[in-house]
Design a protein around this ligand. Structure first.
Ligand code: FES
Ligand code: FES
Length: 210
């Protein structure tokens, strides 16, 4: 019998013999690690020009009615482009994971969580943010209604709530408080100002008068 096939005793337990199969598995695993960590071949290595191309893309957006041509990192979300490249900080970053709605904007008229949308995938899109709602000094009716109905406390979620509310009304999903609650459920308010938010949306849906 070979040494590998002899049972061994350790800590009072009988250990299974080291089998050829186990050794082969360990060698295969070691080979896989060596392959994964080996440097890429010359053909596989990215040139500086290729790296620069990967790191930036040129896109065109219409943001709040203004045509913008931007060089963006393909990994940048619309949220980060708005806040960091275009200096439009009204759209808020809450969870950055699609769970809170603080980053809601309209893209081609539809509300989306901008933290989950890559800017390069929306080349040519029309984007409306909270900064684009008011007409000069005149607030959008829903902005006015949020003030009159006290639809906020700290205000952090408010831009997202208002953008989502604008879309909720346009979609025809603001027929009753229950419907508004259901269709606004993706927008979280940590201050719990939900009663005022629903009232504001309902009042504008009914004609803008409180
Ligand atoms: Fe986008 Fe929370 S920041 S959903
Ligand atoms: Fe504070 Fe909504 S008003 S989180």
């Amino acid at each position: 019998m070979s040494r590998e096939a002899e049972p061994t005793q350790s800590c009072g337990r009988s250990e299974a013999p080291v089998s050829v199969t186990r050794r082969a598995a360990l060698q295969a695993a070691a080979s896989a690690v060596a392959f994964a960590t080996a440097p890429a071949s010359r053909a596989q290595q990215a040139t500086p020009a290729a790296t620069a191309a990967i790191e930036s893309s040129t896109i065109r957006l219409v943001v709040n009615g203004q045509q913008r041509t931007l060089t963006v990192d393909p990994r940048q979300s619309i949220l980060d482009v708005l806040r960091e490249t275009l200096d439009l900080p009204g759209t808020k970053k809450g969870c950055n994971a699609g769970a809170c709605g603080a980053c809601t904007v309209l893209v081609d008229g539809r509300r989306i969580n901008s933290c989950l949308a890559l800017a390069v995938m929306h080349d040519g899109a029309e984007i409306t943010t909270i900064e684009g709602l008011a007409k000069g000094d005149t607030l959008h009716p829903l902005q006015q209604a949020f003030i009159e109905c006290e639809g906020f406390q700290c205000g952090y979620c408010t831009p997202g709530q208002i953008m989502s509310g604008v879309a909720c009304i346009a979609e025809g999903h603001a027929g009753s408080p229950q419907e508004i609650k259901a269709w606004m459920s993706g927008n979280i308010c940590r201050c719990g100002a939900y009663a005022g938010i629903v009232e504001a949306i309902a009042s504008v849906a009914k004609g803008g008068k409180l």
